[in-house]
Design a protein around this ligand. Structure first.
Ligand SMILES: Cc1ncc(COP(=O)(O)O)c(C=O)c1O
Length: 364
């Protein structure tokens, strides 16, 4: 028998998520040593983790023991960081895991999730994994969300969940607080994904618990430079979080991540100084990109900049940069195929990128 016929047909037909090619694989493919590659394709933090986080990982004495399923030390530290009570905080193996848990908690096959593309790919991906249906309300030309169309879609489709990042990935625009307040009137759970909030300085975390249907997602991957350790968390009202606890894998967060997360929150001045440097570089990069012929960069409040190329040859540019050891993100998705997204690097890296872009000058 063909054993693959036992697989759920909807999952057998699912488009795989396209993750970033691992650094080592690229270094081998390009024949360039890893230290010569400038990696600006996944919105990682070029300054890396806090030295205190690295020290805490090295010093933690109990790796032979299973982690604390209640994640208490990290949740306590997050309570003082976010201003939310410990009871409303749940940590995940990256915020990706919280997205997955929310889908599994709310969706039976056929139930609807609404998103506003172009946006982060995991919402539609995870909806597909649990057999839900994604309904898309495209963004306006300036990347803003069409709030009334979205509200109409939620009511019409009886959607259970709405996922909106603020800042949005890939353009970096913030969803205005008034728009979120309007969406909270809807009979659905509104998930605001604040993966990049430390770079925008804007958050609706304070509304969690006041609106019964607001969830805010956060991560240590970006501002704290810990993407490789996988630490995300949700700020979630009590009537929802109590059920998430029941379906969460007991030991989802490893103790190296807990140690690093707690130490990062004890080293905020250092990490926020890095955030400030990235924000300053983002503004410098944006101004410089505006002066390059054929480039249309969009203003961003995150740690990356999306650029539309007037000649449409974004894939060619991505490959030309790759040959020079510079990795940026290109999408083959509708509405984005003529765009590249560049994560903000350290000043010398950004200088290299700008100089390569000027030298290439459309020759790719
Ligand atoms: C909007 C958004 N949400 C969530 C994530 C994933 O975060 P994590 O690394 O915590 O899973 C990303 C990563 O790129 C993102 O862009």
């Amino acid at each position: 028998m063909n054993i693959a016929t036992l697989i759920r047909p909807d999952l057998a037909a699912l488009e795989p998520y396209t993750p970033i090619v691992p650094f080592e694989a690229l270094s081998e493919r390009l024949g360039l040593p890893a230290e010569q590659i400038i990696k600006l394709d996944a919105n990682e933090n070029p300054y890396g983790p806090s030295p205190r986080a690295l020290h805490a990982i090295a010093e933690y004495p109990h790796y032979a023991i299973y982690p604390d399923p209640d994640q208490l030390p990290l949740r306590r530290a997050l309570a003082s960081y976010t201003g939310q009570p410990v009871e409303r905080i749940l940590c995940g193996n990256g915020s990706d895991e919280i997205i997955d848990l929310l889908m599994r908690l709310f969706l039976a096959p056929g139930d609807v999730v609404v998103e506003s593309p172009p946006t982060f790919g995991m919402y539609s991906f995870n909806t597909g994994v649990v057999g839900g249906r994604i309904v898309q309300v495209p963004r306006n030309d300036d990347w803003s969300v069409d709030v009334e169309q979205l509200a109409e879609a939620v009511e019409r489709e009886r959607a259970k969940l709405v996922f909106l990042p603020s800042p949005n990935n890939p353009d970096g625009g913030v969803l205005p607080r008034a728009a979120i307040e309007r969406l909270l009137e809807l009979p659905a759970v509104i998930v605001i994904d604040e993966a990049y909030a430390e770079f925008s300085g804007e958050s609706v975390a304070d509304l969690v618990g006041h609106a019964p249907n607001l969830i805010v997602l956060r991560t240590f991957s970006k501002w704290a430079g810990l993407a490789g350790l996988r630490i995300g968390y949700g700020l979630i009202p009590e009537p929802i979080i109590e059920h998430l606890w029941k379906i969460k894998p007991p030991y989802n967060i490893n103790m190296a991540a807990v140690a690093a997360g707690v130490a990062s929150l004890a080293d905020l001045p250092h990490l926020m100084d890095n955030v400030d440097k990235i924000v300053a570089e983002r503004e410098r990069l944006f101004t410089a990109l505006q002066t390059i012929d054929g480039f249309h960069p969009y203003p961003s409040r995150a740690n990356f900049i999306l650029i539309r190329l007037r000649d449409g040859r974004a894939r060619e540019l991505k490959l030309a940069l790759e040959q020079r050891g510079i990795l940026v993100r290109h999408y083959s998705k509708p509405g984005l195929s003529d765009c590249i997204r560049i994560s903000v690097g350290m000043p010398a890296q950004n200088d290299r990128v700008l100089s390569e872009l000027q030298t290439l000058n459309g020759q790719y």
